[in-house]
Design a protein around this ligand. Structure first.
Ligand code: 2AM
Length: 506
């Protein structure tokens, strides 16, 4: 042990037999991991660092970690031996098999009650599995969402921990110290059971997709629909950033629009319009479909990226498919106000949909979910941080079992005030031939959600007609012939049989 110990940076140099001094251990020295370690050290914790490629440990100790309360380990055994019990060990490695590999490597050196935290971008079913697997061995597993990128990791990320709740009292001090603060409150609280932390991070990313798509649609209609210059657009986003849309994403959009290349042209104009994606938005949309939840805005945001990515085909289509030429004749200032309100209203819908999904997931998966704390965790540190999330936090604090954000007085009033302008914007976009899938789907959801009688009565009739899938009669029409709540099949044509397919449920 003398070799590695002699190389230790910072405070912790001593014989191998000494009491372990590490408050917190972190494995995975990519930028995120390094920054989280530095962040924890800045908050007074002694952090033990390890990495698969061990040379990176020494490089880190000799550079960024120098002079800080950070000690290195050159093997898993050494890593574990340097941590106080119960050990608090965080993995920040590539999601997937690397996490399972490290868990298996840690286990022989762990004691009952130790805590293994996965802070990578794991898919929540993996965190469900790991929580159960490790609980059987007496090890407490935490799967935590970490958002805010490299900067967030260094100076205050949003942290969304879930898993084995027994771990929370032991990790709370570290997590809440290193997390971002919003109005003095840490953007970190216990999310819920098993994979709930990674689940909430996944929905966060889905909402991020939606917010970004909404902003892109606003930019498109400003540019092509109103013919605004980049300078003008940048100024408009700057104005928006001082109102209800005040947020990190609006702020960076302002900066991007104002950013000129060496030749004076806006750099963004030169960027290929083909969006990439890493999959968390798609996971959210797939999960929404699995749970039967109408999370339409995130779905549209994912599809909009897909459409963007078939650039060559779109280029061919642009030569053979024509549409209207935008010609705006109204009052620009009024339109821009409406656009701001329309974006705000669409955002309210998107977050309402996101919370619908999370509360359904909690019910379906049997998780206790800490709803008021979710908005709080997203208030600062993460990509979707915004003033708007303060109002969502307030809504769920006032009523933790709020059925839907749209039933909250504040948001109910906000969406009613925005409604007329929102419709004007979407109408103009349709007439001008400028796609606004996220704005439009939000409005369609709003109109569907507030409609007591949807045309699904006809749909049920069609299903019963061709597939004998049965229907239920509206309570006010129940009688001896059509009993309330019963699955009814009607022979619509007078031909065919009377057999119903009530067990068929597709
Ligand atoms: P490395 O430095 O040895 O590559 C981000 O890639 C982090 O995840 C790095 O610390 C990296 O370790 C680690 N990592 C990536 N894949 C891994 C794997 N299969 N097993 C262990 N660690 C891995």
């Amino acid at each position: 042990m003398s070799g590695p110990v002699a190389r230790l940076a910072g405070l912790q140099v001593g014989p191998a037999q000494s009491e372990p001094s590490g408050d917190f251990g972190l494995i995975g020295l990519a930028v995120m991991g390094q920054n989280l370690i530095l962040n924890a050290a800045d908050h007074g914790f002694t952090v033990v660092a390890f990495n698969r490629t061990v040379s990176k440990v020494d490089r880190f100790l000799e550079n960024e970690a120098k002079g800080k309360s950070i000690v290195g380990a050159h093997s898993i055994e050494e890593f574990c031996s340097k941590l106080k019990k119960p050990r608090r060990m965080m993995l920040l490695v590539m999601a997937g098999p690397a996490v399972d590999d490290f868990i298996e490597k840690l286990l022989p050196y762990c004691d009952k009650g130790d805590i293994i935290i996965d802070g990578g971008n794991s898919h929540y079913p993996d965190s469900n599995r790991r929580t159960r697997y490790l609980a059987e061995k007496g090890i407490r597993f935490v799967g935590t969402g970490v958002s805010g990128g490299e900067e967030g990791a260094r100076y205050g990320p949003s942290l969304m921990p879930g898993g084995n709740e027994e771990a929370w009292p032991y990790i709370k001090d570290v997590f809440q110290s290193i997390a971002a603060k919003s109005d003095g409150e840490p953007c970190c609280d216990w999310v819920g059971d098993e994979g709930a932390g990674h689940y909430v991070k996944m929905v966060h990313n889905g909402i991020e997709y939606g917010d970004m798509q909404l902003i892109c649609e606003a930019y498109d209609i400003m540019k092509r629909g109103l013919g605004m210059s980049y300078q003008e657009m940048g100024e408009e986003f700057d104005k928006w950033n001082k109102g209800v849309l005040d947020s990190f994403l609006i702020e960076i959009t302002r900066d991007v629009l104002k950013f000129s290349d060496d030749d004076g042209k806006p750099l963004v104009e030169k960027i290929l319009d083909s969006a990439g994606q890493k999959g968390t938005g798609k996971w959210t949309a797939i999960n929404a479909l699995d749970l039967g939840m109408p999370v339409t805005l995130i779905g549209e945001a994912v599809f909009a990226r897909c459409l963007s990515s078939i650039k060559e085909e779109r280029t061919r289509a642009s030569k053979v498919l024509s549409g209207p030429k935008p010609s705006f004749t109204g009052d620009r200032a009024t339109f821009l106000k409406n656009l701001e309100q329309g974006l705000y209203a669409s955002k309210i819908i998107s977050y309402a949909q996101g919370f619908m999904l999370m509360q359904t997931a909690a019910k379906q998966y049997g998780w206790k979910l800490n709803k008021p704390s979710i908005a709080l965790m997203w208030r600062g540190g993460c990509i979707i941080r915004s003033v708007f999330l303060k109002d969502i936090t307030a809504a769920y604090r006032a009523e933790p079992d709020l059925e839907n954000l749209l039933f909250n007085d504040f948001f109910n009033k906000a969406i009613h005030e925005a409604q007329d302008g929102w419709r004007d914007v979407v109408s103009y976009a349709v007439k001008a031939g400028i796609p606004m899938p996220a704005f439009s789907t939000a409005l369609a959801f709003f109109d569907g959600y507030r409609t007591k009688d949807l045309p699904a009565n006809l749909l049920q009739a069609q299903r019963d007609y061709f597939g004998a899938h049965t229907f239920i009669i509206k309570p006010e029409y129940a009688n001896d012939k059509y009993k309330s709540g019963e699955h009814i099949h009607v022979n619509w044509t007078g031909r065919g049989g009377n057999v119903s397919a009530s067990t068929y449920n597709a």
